[in-house]
Write a protein that binds this ligand. Structure first.
Ligand code: 13P
Ligand code: SF4
Length: 323
């Protein structure tokens, strides 16, 4: 091991479980008082994951939101995820700690542009990754997540033309795996685009460990990895993996879940060239302080009109039924 490599790839430090802070204790107290359920995506910070009722990937969170019988759903994630919760359980108040927590992928697909593409391909069905706005969902036939995309597309007859939006990386991965030729929307996740295949290969050699990445990564990065899967599947894959060290190329907060669920293995966050590990700047807008404020005021709330909820629910329900 050269000193240079050790500097480029310092081991990810696990700070261990600290006692709950006053803010976290107050969150737990208010959550009970307001009959709220806190749902957290795998990419939010550890202090939020620790007070959440459930932490998971987009698919698991959609299911939890649909079955929630609390008065309020506090969604710690990004805007399209909170919208999905509202669409699936419209009688509940859905609040998001920071209403400006968007997503570069969802923003890359304006609904009027998608409508134009649909008009140019009248025979095509639209399969949209859940990382899209409610308006895009109303124009879609089926929604998928990274956890069920392969399973759902496999069910569509090969001769059926498909427009896949908005992630060109997830779409090209599905095309490769299933030998399809879906028309791909040209959107991407800024955070997963920044990984570099050559660096992942160097890390694999340095640590003598396999690597897993999210399908939102570009093809060269996916090809450099040993497994490509959703954040939730990273847990089962890691459990089954023969190696006791695993390199993870996705938002670093995912390592909290992996460490909790697979404590016997060492997880190493893939680095970015010249930087430390990757975070999602939108997910990071969630903080324990904002979560507490949100529980106090029950704001900011997700508001959608009835027609949008009705139309957007159809392709999401279809996904839940088919997967
Ligand atoms: P999951 O589908 O694994 O929840 O990931 C969502 C996401 O936003 C990845 O960037
Ligand atoms: Fe969106 Fe990427 Fe952040 Fe996921 S990691 S929420 S796709 S910007």
């Amino acid at each position: 091991m050269s000193q240079d490599n050790a500097t480029i790839f310092p081991p990810f430090k696990d700070e261990g479980e600290k006692p709950l802070s006053e803010v976290q204790e107050e969150i737990l107290r208010l959550k009970k008082q307001k009959r709220a359920v806190i749902l957290a995506h795998n990419y939010v910070s550890e202090d939020i994951q620790r007070v959440a009722d459930f932490a998971g990937d987009s698919l698991a969170l959609a299911r939890k939101a649909k079955e929630a019988d609390a008065d309020v759903i506090v969604f710690c994630g990004v805007h399209f995820m909170a919208e999905t919760a509202k669409i699936l359980n419209p009688s509940k108040a859905v609040v998001l700690p920071d209403i400006s927590a968007g997503c570069s992928l969802a923003d890359s697909c304006p609904p009027d542009e998608l409508a134009k593409l649909k008009a140019a391909h009248p025979g095509a069905i639209v399969i949209s990754y859940i990382n899209c706005s409610a308006a895009v969902k109303t124009l879609s036939d089926i929604i998928c997540t990274s956890g069920n995309a392969l399973e759902l597309v496999r069910k569509i007859p090969p001769e059926q033309e498909i427009i896949f939006c908005p992630d060109r990386n997830l779409g090209s991965w599905i095309n490769e795996k299933l030998g399809r030729n879906m028309i791909l929307w040209d959107g991407s996740c800024y955070a997963h685009e920044e990984y570099d295949a050559a660096d992942i290969i160097k890390m694999k050699e340095f640590f003598r460990a396999p690597a897993v990445c999210h399908p939102e990564c570009p093809k060269a990065v996916r090809d450099a990895c040993d497994e490509v899967c959703s954040t939730e599947k990273m847990i089962s894959w890691s459990k089954a993996c023969k190696s006791d060290k695993i390199i993870v190329a996705t938002v670093v907060e995912m390592l909290h879940r992996l460490r909790r669920e697979v404590p016997e293995k060492t997880f190493i966050a893939a680095r970015l060239p010249g930087k430390s590990c990757q975070q999602c700047k939108f997910m990071r807008l969630n903080s324990a302080e904002k979560l507490l404020e949100c529980l106090k005021t029950l704001k900011p709330e997700i508001i959608l009109d009835e027609r949008t909820i009705e139309l957007a629910a159809k392709p999401i329900e279809k996904m839940l039924k088919l997967s």
